[in-house]
Design a protein around this ligand. Sequence first.
Ligand SMILES: *[C@@H]1O[C@H](CO)[C@@H](O)[C@H](O)[C@H]1NC(C)=O
Ligand SMILES: [Ca+2]
Length: 257
Amino acid sequence: MIALIFFSALLWDKAQAWGFKDGVLHNSIWLERAAGVYHRESRSGKYQLTYAEAKAVCEYEGGHLATYQQLEAARKIGFHVCAAGWMAKGRVGYPIVKAGANCGFGKTGIVDYGIRLNRSERWDAYCYNPNGKECGGVFTDSKHVFKSPGYPNEYENEQICYWHIRVKYGQRIHLQFLEFDVEDDTACMADFLEIYDSYDDINGFVGRFCGDELPDDIISTGNVMTLKFLTDSSVTAGGFQIRLWLYFFLFSTLFFF
Ligand SMILES: *[C@@H]1O[C@H](CO)[C@@H](O)[C@H](O)[C@H]1NC(C)=O
Ligand SMILES: [Ca+2]
């Protein structure tokens, strides 16, 4: 029987996802990538990096601060982040794909704060590293099966995937887990799949999943969802397959009566 999950405003303390496990600091910083571009937060949280620190963060990982053009190229293929970050040449902004009330002033495009005269201001960072192992994309089909990268083989380490789902206005999304096997640990700090009932990974947190138990079906409240899959630098597993359907309330009513 299908268990429906009704979303309430789940509070999620991001700090739970960080910290030491077996003496190793796990995923203290979220990475989001598209076209080699990804978003970086400081280990101490949102909006903590000066220009020099942002530059150092990207260079430490073998990349550099993204240019406005690189960020725009990423945005065009679905890179959407609701947080302002440093770009090359001291520019600050963020990429908006889907206009929302809480983010981007209802517009799409790069929200551009311009070149900052004060390089001590604290923002996040947008790095560019064309060698990153990224995956995901924007999906508008009414039927699709999302697979972890490389499926049916095991997924790889240091994988960062974002799938943004957008169906027609008024439609709802039904996710059904067909297979699920992700490195298990109690707080899902090592590898995890996160699902958001929104078009970004800031709002509408639904759940974080790892281990090999099949999660219950998930039904969106609106016409957008985001799946985020992040893996650390050791231990992989079988991966997952998730079927996307359109959710029809009428059909399930008929089914039950
Ligand atoms: C520059 O920004 C920092 C951090 O916001 C602030 O503390 C400082 O006063 C600013 N400097 C100037 C000259 O406005
Ligand atoms: Ca792992």
